[in-house]
Ligand binder design. Structure first.
Ligand code: FEO
Ligand code: CA
Ligand code: CA
Ligand code: CA
Length: 618
């Protein structure tokens, strides 16, 4: 569509400049307040945050590394309608930074990627604390007269962690590939891990994505018949990057030896799959549904949506009598974008998670002419047969990446969040970067080699399995960027590495950035400062910078109350860029949000209101 006149812009605020300050900056006329930082007590005996909190105490507190989230209006029937003063904020906790978590790490010359070891082992309670800092927090919130939001000490508050018993449903449930010592019938597992972005179902439940779960496991096996110099693993581990050496946090080395920790070693140690945890990694990589209004409900892993590094899932607004449609990206270099279509129609009166257990999973093929095709990953179709190595639908779903490779889907530049414009049903996806794409591997949908900057792609469905797409924005410096209006990005809106994405009820496109901590504020990334959030008007093509964050973090998670007068965002991993030696010396580049020399930086939610009480963004 032709851009509308500039005076009808959805954006009413003055852009904020690039920042390297250890603080949140929002436009004039807006106020930002922090809420529910890591360690905020929400259940049980409500233990106050302290570096010396135990593993058990962490399970009564908000987890770390806040990511995707949704505000569910209290007593709501629908996820986007109801109270704007009271509700359940449901927040993913993607991972942890052990050096900021344990008294035993204080003063150590401590590699930011390492874990504190006691000899060859890990202290079991430190492992428990890390596991309980993962997962999801469900927090009952209320807005006060002062417009500040506070935590309600409510029976609805809940922590889901890396230990919470979960059900596995859909076509792969009960498959031999999911049988473990814990669940010999392959229908259950414990915990959800590395919950990055999220989704919201039309029936008012939350979906937590399991992204970089593979790193939590090791598998030291060498398969019989392997002739190579390196041990080879089953494809359902190898294709996802399970290590043959050490797991990321070495939870498998907890000194208690308890099997809830030992399960992260997926080596085949017993006689069969039900004697050990060789299949434990296969119980991760799924979209996990949580009913925030039922604290006793078990999280439910929906295998029909496929198994990969799920960034999140985004639903089309449901239409009575039509199938449920949702999209999910696999965030790794050269991975894919998927769509799921339910077999049964949506009916508001009876809709439930059962709709996600039967249907068709598709993968996207983007053609050079701006059209695209959804290719079904269905047993017996498109060559997905036993002759070609796919035993049944469960095998296809456990090995979703391998099936997508087989059908020749389009390899993307790290698909992160998706968003659907509620007014046009257009779908947007961020493609955050891919520095490994060569000039020979460039295609129209991923047009830049060594793509450090990232872009946003957009499409319209044109039939059940066809779509038309274009590029919404090529991020980058002014010399290497294209705005939605066709211009270069400017001082007011230049950004790189788009990750979080959400489209509000008026069609404002909110874009959040995640410049990796390994390059943030250095070299060619220095001009972009700290990670930020922008808003775009897709009709005028204009983008303006709305917020800049503190040092070392990424901005992620974004949702408004139904009246659009409160906006919640998350700050994840402040201070992650602190050098190891500076950590040892206690000389950190971030102390956000407490700004106390005695408190480490903590991930937290930020609540944004407009001082005149207006709609955020106007
Ligand atoms: Fe956890 Fe792809 O960001
Ligand atoms: Ca992300
Ligand atoms: Ca990140
Ligand atoms: Ca990211």
């Amino acid at each position: 569509p032709a851009p509308a006149a500039a005076d009808t812009t959805l954006l009413g605020f003055t852009a904020v400049p690039i920042s390297e300050a250890d603080t949140i900056v929002v436009p004039e006329g807006y106020t930002a307040r922090t809420l529910i930082p890591w360690g905020e007590p929400i259940t049980g005996s409500y233990p106050d945050y302290s570096l010396s909190n135990t593993g058990e105490e962490q399970a009564m507190q908000v987890g770390s590394h806040h990511d995707g989230m949704h505000f569910f209006p209290i007593e709501g029937e629908s996820p986007y309608e109801g109270s704007s003063e009271e509700g359940l904020l449901v927040v993913n906790h993607e991972y942890v930074e052990p050096r900021y978590m344990h008294q035993s790490a204080v003063g150590m010359t401590f590699d930011s990627g390492a874990v504190p070891m006691q000899g060859e082992m890990r202290v079991a309670d430190e492992v428990l604390k890390e596991m309980n800092a993962h997962g999801v927090s469900i927090v009952h919130l209320q807005q006060q007269e002062s417009r500040e939001w506070t935590v309600v000490r409510s029976d609805l508050n809940r922590r889901v962690t890396a230990l919470t018993p979960a059900e596995i449903t859909g076509p792969a449930s009960g498959s031999d590939l999911l049988k473990t010592k814990y669940s010999p019938d392959g229908t259950r597992t414990r915990g959800t891990l590395n919950n990055c972005a999220h989704g919201v179902t039309p029936w008012n439940t939350y979906m937590a994505a399991e992204e970089n779960w593979a790193g939590y496991f090791r598998n030291g096996d060498t398969l019989p018949g392997n002739q190579g110099p390196e041990p080879s693993l089953p494809r359902e581990h190898a294709r996802y990057g399970v290590s043959t050496d050490t797991s990321r946090y070495q939870w498998d080395l907890a000194d208690s030896g308890a099997e809830e920790y030992a399960r992260f070693d997926a080596s085949a140690m017993g006689a069969s799959a039900t004697d050990d945890y060789r299949n434990e990694p296969n119980t991760f990589g799924w979209m996990t549904e949580i009913d925030p209004f039922d604290p006793t409900s078990a999280p439910r892993k929906h295998t029909a949506l496929g198994r990969f590094a799920h960034e999140g899932v985004v639903f089309q607004p449901a239409i009575e009598g039509e199938p449920v449609v949702c999209y999910s990206g696999d965030d790794a270099r050269f991975e894919y974008i998927y769509k799921f279509v339910s077999a049964q129609p949506y009916e508001a009166a009876t809709a439930s998670g059962d709709l996600l257990d039967e249907g068709t999973l598709y993968v996207a093929k983007f053609s050079a002419d701006g059209t695209g095709e959804w290719v079904a990953l269905a047993f017996g179709e498109n060559g997905l047969t036993p002759e070609n190595g796919f035993a049944d639908q469960a095998d296809i779903l456990v090995n979703t990446r391998t099936a997508a490779d087989f059908v020749g889907a389009t390899k993307m530049d790290r698909p992160e969040w998706g968003a659907v414009d509620p007014n046009t049903r257009e779908v947007y996806f961020t493609l955050t970067n891919n520095t490994r794409r060569t000039a020979e591997q460039v295609d129209e949908a991923n047009p830049r080699p060594e793509n450090s900057w990232g872009h946003i792609i957009r499409w319209n469905e044109t039939g059940a399995t066809t779509f038309e797409w274009d590029l919404f924005v090529l991020a980058g410096p002014s010399a290497d960027s294209v705005s939605p209006a066709g211009n270069a990005l400017t001082e007011d809106n230049k950004f790189v590495c788009p990750d979080g994405l959400w489209i509000d009820a008026d069609s404002r496109v909110w874009i959040q950035t995640d410049i990796s901590e390994s390059v943030q504020n250095t070299d060619e990334f220095a001009e972009f400062g700290n990670n930020q959030m922008l808003a775009a008007d897709p009709r005028t093509g204009e983008i303006r910078r709305f917020l800049t964050g503190p040092t070392g973090q990424e901005i992620t998670g974004v949702i408004a109350t139904p009246d659009q007068r409160t906006l919640f965002i998350n700050v994840q991993h402040p201070g992650a860029t602190a050098a190891d030696a500076d950590f040892a010396a206690g000389n950190l580049n971030s102390r956000w949000p407490n700004q106390s020399p005695d408190i480490y930086p903590r991930s937290a939610t930020v609540v944004i209101t407009k001082d005149d009480g207006g709609v955020i963004g106007t």
